[in-house]
Design a protein around this ligand. Structure first.
Ligand SMILES: Nc1ncnc2c1ncn2[C@@H]1O[C@H](COP(=O)(O)OP(=O)(O)OP(=O)(O)O)[C@@H](O)[C@H]1O
Length: 557
C-alpha cells in the first residue's frame, strides 16, 4: 500500500467504521478482532450493511477461526437475520453465496420429499459453473468475448439484459464464484429495496477493501432499472476508476432505463429466453438430482426397477418434462417451480399402482407424474395461456371480437385470461388503441383518447396496478357505438393505390404550393380557391383528374 498517499486520506475501519490514518489501521484492526469482543464501535453498531466471508486461509479467515465469538465483523462473516448488524434485505455480500457453493448433488440418503424441503427447487438447482449453465451460447459459447474475459478473470462492468428466469442472477453468481478464486469480493444489492445510502455504504467498503487488502469488489445490482438517476449516478465515478466492477441485471431495455453515462462504461450482454432444449436439460438435471426416474414413451424407466431400496419410487413421463419445457416460456424458474409443485402434489396423493398406457409392461407401483399433473403443477396461468404460442393470438382475437360484438362481459373475461397469464399489458393496450380507431372510429372519437390514455397509464404504473385501467378501457370500447367507416374508406384508398396501373397521376397544379417565383410561373397554385374567402361551399376538385367522382367512403371491396 502506498503509505504516503494513505497518510493524507484516512481509511475507515471495516469493523467499527471509525476513520483512522492508514498507519494506524492495522493495529486498530488487530484490537478490533481480539477475543472477547472488544467494543470498538463508534456508535454505529453493525452499520456496514454488507457482509462477506473471507477466503479460506486468508488472514481474516484465520482470525475468525481463532475467535469464534469475536465482535461482529460485518465484512467477514454472515450476519444473522434480525440480529445486531442484520443486513438490509436489499443488500447481501458474500463469498460463499448460495451460488458460490458446491454444485447441487442428489442429497444422498435423503428421500425425495426431504430433498424438496426448504428453499425452492430453482434456488437449489442454481448452477455454480459455466458447464452447468445451459443455453445462452451466443454470449457464452466457447469462442465468445465474454467467455474469454471470464476465463482470464478480466471481468468488465456489464449489464445483463434478458427476460425473467433466463439466468442473469445465476450468471452473475458464476462470475462471482470464478472471481473469488482471484481474491475478489462479491456484494449484491437489489434495486427494488436498496437506498442511495446503501449504495454509498457498499462503495465505501469497496474503497476500504481496495486500500487495506487490495481486494476488488464486484457489485451485483439486480433490477438495476429500478434505481433512479441519482442512485445510478452514485456508481459512475467508482465504476470508472475501478473501485467496483458493476454487474447489473435488468429485464428492461437498458437504452431507456440505464443512464447513458453508466451504460457507456458497461458492456451490455443480451441473454435470451431459454430454448426448449436448454429447458429440457435444466429439468432433466433437476429430476436426476432428486432421484426421480424418467419413463420413456414405452414405459421404460431410466433406472432399473429393482435397483432401488426406495419404498415409493417416483416416475415422471418424458413427455411431461417436454411439455413443461415448452410451457414455461424460456423461464427456468417457472419450469423448476412447476416441476416441484407437480412432484409435491403427486407425493401428497400417495403411492399407486399404475400400468403404463399403450404398452404391455407389467404395472408399476409408486408415484407417477404425467403430463396433466405437470400442467397442474405450473401456475394455472401458464396452462391457460401460453404467452409464446397460439393461445396468445387466440385470446387477443377473442378479446377483439367480443369488444366488436359489444359484449363487455366476455371482453373482460378474455382480458383477464391474458393478464393473469402474464401477457405484457402494453401489448394489450396497443391493441386497444388500434381497436378504438378501427372499430369505434368516428362513432365515438373519444375512444381513441381513452385507449391512448390507458396505454400511457399502463406504461406509467405497470402490472398489477394497470389491470384496472385496461379493464375500464375494454369496457368502454365494448360499450361504445361502432363505426368502421374510416377504416374501410382507408382500405379502399390503399386498394386503389395498389391496383393503379401505370404512373400515379400528378398532383393537380392548383393544389400545389408555390413558394418560389419559378413555381408560380409554372402554374403551381394557380386557380386555387382559398376556402375561408368564400361564404358558401366552394366548387373545387381535390382528386387527380382521372380519379374524379371516386368515393372511397362508398366504394365497397
Ligand atoms: N442458463 C441456465 N442454466 C441452468 N439453470 C438456469 C439457467 N438460468 C436460470 N436457471 C435456473 O433458474 C433459476 C432462476 O434463474 P435466475 O435467478 O438466474 O434468473 P434471472 O434471469 O435473474 O431472473 P429474474 O429477472 O426474474 O431475476 C436459477 O436458480 C436456476 O436454477
Amino acid at each position: 500500500m502506498d503509505e504516503a498517499a494513505g497518510a493524507e486520506e484516512p481509511v475507515r475501519c471495516p469493523v467499527c467504521s471509525q476513520e483512522l490514518p492508514p498507519s494506524r489501521i492495522n493495529a486498530h484492526l488487530d484490537r478490533c478482532l481480539q477475543p472477547p469482543a472488544v467494543p470498538c464501535h463508534n456508535g454505529a453498531p453493525g452499520s456496514p450493511t454488507a457482509t462477506a466471508v473471507p477466503e479460506e486461509g486468508s488472514h481474516s479467515a484465520k482470525k475468525r477461526r481463532l475467535s469464534p465469538n469475536a465482535a461482529p465483523f460485518p465484512l467477514f462473516h454472515k450476519q444473522r437475520p434480525g440480529g445486531e448488524g442484520a443486513s438490509c434485505p436489499a443488500l447481501s455480500a458474500s463469498s460463499p453465496s448460495p451460488a458460490a457453493g458446491p454444485t447441487p448433488q442428489p442429497e444422498a440418503g435423503k428421500s425425495i420429499p426431504e430433498k424438496l424441503e426448504g428453499k425452492p427447487l430453482a434456488d437449489k438447482m442454481r448452477p455454480t459453473t459455466l458447464e452447468e449453465y445451459m443455453g445462452q451460447s451466443k454470449v457464452l459459447g466457447t469462442d465468445t468475448l465474454l467467455r474469454s474475459l471470464l476465463e482470464s478473470n478480466e471481468v468488465p462492468s456489464i449489464i445483463l439484459w434478458g427476460p425473467p428466469g433466463c439466468g442473469k442472477t445465476t450468471l452473475a453468481h458464476i462470475i462471482a464464484k470464478n472471481s473469488k478464486k482471484h481474491n475478489t469480493r462479491f456484494v449484491s444489492l437489489s434495486a427494488t429495496s436498496a437506498s442511495t445510502n446503501d449504495v454509498r455504504e457498499v462503495i465505501k467498503q469497496a474503497q476500504n477493501e481496495q486500500k487495506l487488502f487490495k481486494r476488488k469488489t464486484i457489485l451485483f445490482v439486480d433490477e438495476i432499472h429500478r434505481f433512479n438517476k441519482t442512485q445510478q449516478d452514485t456508481f459512475l465515478p467508482h465504476v470508472e476508476c475501478g473501485t467496483v466492477t458493476l454487474i447489473g441485471a435488468t429485464t428492461e431495455n437498458p437504452s431507456f432505463q440505464v443512464n447513458t453515462a453508466l451504460l457507456s462504461r458497461c458492456r451490455v450482454i443480451v441473454l435470451e429466453k431459454l430454448s426448449v432444449e436448454a429447458m429440457e436439460a435444466i429439468l432433466m438435471r433437476a429430476v436426476h438430482s432428486l432421484g426421480i426416474r424418467v419413463l420413456d414413451r414405452d414405459g421404460h424407466s431410466d433406472a432399473e426397477d429393482g435397483n432401488s431400496s426406495a419404498e415409493m419410487p417416483v416416475y415422471i413421463e418424458e413427455k411431461a418434462l417436454s411439455t413443461l419445457a415448452h410451457l414455461c416460456d424460456g423461464d427456468a424458474r417457472t419450469g423448476l417451480n412447476g416441476l416441484q409443485l407437480a412432484v409435491q402434489a403427486r407425493l401428497a396423493a400417495g403411492k399407486q399402482s399404475f400400468s403404463y398406457p399403450g404398452t404391455k409392461k407389467s404395472p408399476k407401483s409408486g408415484v407417477i407424474i404425467m403430463e396433466d399433473h405437470v400442467k397442474e403443477g405450473l401456475q394455472r396461468s401458464h396452462i391457460l395461456y401460453d404467452r409464446a404460442g397460439e393461445e396468445h393470438y387466440n385470446c387477443i382475437s377473442a378479446l377483439h371480437k367480443s369488444m366488436r360484438g359489444s359484449d363487455a362481459n366476455a371482453s373482460l373475461y378474455w382480458l383477464a385470461r391474458m393478464l393473469e397469464g402474464g401477457e405484457d399489458p402494453l401489448y394489450v393496450a396497443r391493441r386497444l388503441v388500434r381497436f378504438a380507431s378501427e372499430d369505434v372510429g368516428l362513432a365515438d372519437p373519444s375512444a381513441l383518447t381513452q385507449s391512448v390514455a390507458a396505454f400511457q397509464g399502463c406504461h406509467l404504473i405497470g402490472m398489477p396496478e394497470c389491470e384496472v385501467l385496461l379493464a375500464q378501457c375494454v369496457t368502454y370500447l365494448a360499450r361504445a357505438p361502432k363505426s368502421i367507416e374510416v377504416y374501410s374508406a382507408y382500405n379502399n384508398v390503399k386498394a386503389c393505390l395498389k391496383n393503379h396501373k401505370g404512373p400515379l397521376p400528378p398532383v393537380p397544379l392548383h393544389l400545389r404550393n408555390a413558394p418560389t417565383k419559378l413555381m408560380k410561373g409554372l402554374g403551381y397554385g394557380q386557380g386555387y380557391k382559398y376556402n375561408p374567402m368564400f361564404k358558401g361551399p366552394v366548387e373545387q376538385d381535390y382528386l387527380p383528374e382521372e380519379l374524379r367522382g371516386l368515393n372511397f367512403f362508398k366504394k365497397t371491396h
